[in-house]
Design a protein around this ligand. Structure first.
Ligand code: HMG
Ligand code: MG
Length: 288
């Protein structure tokens, strides 16, 4: 974590979570330009793409091409999603600075998203995490459906804490707690995050909120109060998960930046540049 308690690390997820739900294929050059614009705006971490089955997420089938095309800035971390060993090999070959193994607190979502149970997914992640750390690649573990599931409804805080503990034990350095479909309330967010903070330090926790019901900023306020200083956001508020019906965009980066600034937090990101990039991205998507 940053030495300054008022510094919040924004993880920009528009190129990955933002685009994965778009059915019309976007050319790799546009994706590269998106990442380059976000780098120029000073985003410290950018989730660039996913090394997943192209049948599962056709939009990100060009992961290697996009990774090869981006202009890397010193000090910026470029990360990718890896569901299995094959995905890890893709990430390593593409010189990703960090990977994300993505699990869930809901059995049904785990099956729909990565075609295996929670226990199977954790067993699959273990060798990937070990190899990544040996290669000097940073590792994040995600817990999806932490605030609710499109298939199972309510998810218990204990279920979220259990997966968190397993991800931590296998070596994940950061745990991303995700409200995949944006159903969290402030009360629920507090309850789940408090359960998570029983097993992991706030410095290692990231908050990933979709803004389906317009409550993401309120929920992030709770996370900040609890000491969490890493937030995922998507320029232009684009995004969603193809395996989570009803999930709309991630909370917009420009909205998170304005919200943080109004509360005295800093991020090192040029808000105007991100807002312009968000508008540019929405124009690109509308054009198709
Ligand atoms: P499977 O069908 O069980 O896997 O899928 P498989 O090993 O049997 O392989 C099936 C086919 O995929 C084979 O190809 C493999 O070669 C290929 P075929 O022989 O049929 O031509 N394959 C791969 N290709 C490229 N890269 C790979 C790879 N692995 C297998 N890594 C699998 C299991 C996990 C692969 C599949 O379900 C998958 O790719 N799922 C990805 C789902 C996904 O990306 N979801 C969105 C991201 S998660 C999210 O959005 C939530 C998040 O934002 C947080 C939140 O909001 O909650 C992170
Ligand atoms: Mg998401």
């Amino acid at each position: 974590m940053h030495a300054d308690p008022d510094f919040v690390t924004i993880v920009e997820v528009a190129p990955r979570d933002g685009l994965q739900n778009e059915s019309t294929p976007l050319p790799a050059e546009i994706k590269v330009e998106l990442v380059d614009r976000l780098s120029a705006a000073g985003c410290p971490t950018i989730e660039v793409t996913s090394f997943v089955s192209p049948k599962a997420v056709p939009q990100l089938a060009d992961a290697a091409q996009v990774m090869a095309g981006i202009r890397r800035h010193a000090g910026i971390r470029y990360t990718v999603l890896t569901p299995n060993w094959r995905g890890f090999e893709g990430a390593r070959d593409a010189r990703a600075d960090g990977i994300v193994v993505f699990g869930a607190a809901s059995e049904t979502f785990s099956q729909k998203n990565i075609n295996c149970s929670i226990a199977e997914s954790l067993a699959r992640f273990r060798p990937v995490v070990t190899a990544a750390l040996e290669s000097g690649i940073a590792v994040r573990g995600t817990v999806s459906c932490a605030l609710g599931c499109p298939y199972e409804g309510v998810i218990t805080p204990e279920a979220v804490a259990d997966v968190t503990r397993e991800l931590l034990e296998m070596g994940c350095e950061e745990i991303s707690i995700a409200d995949t479909i944006g159903v969290g309330t402030m009360e629920r967010t507090r309850m789940v995050m408090e359960a998570v903070l029983e097993v992991v330090d706030a410095a290692q926790v990231n908050a990933h909120f979709h803004d389906t019901q317009g409550r993401a900023l309120d929920n992030l306020e709770v996370c900040l109060e609890l000491g969490i200083r890493s937030i995922d956001a998507s320029a232009g508020g684009v995004g969603g998960c193809p395996f989570a019906p009803g999930a709309t965009g991630n909370v917009a980066t420009e909205a998170v930046l304005a919200f943080l600034e109004s509360r005295g937090f800093t991020t090192g990101i040029d808000r105007g540049a991100v807002a312009a990039t968000g508008q540019w991205l929405r124009d690109q998507l509308a054009r198709r």
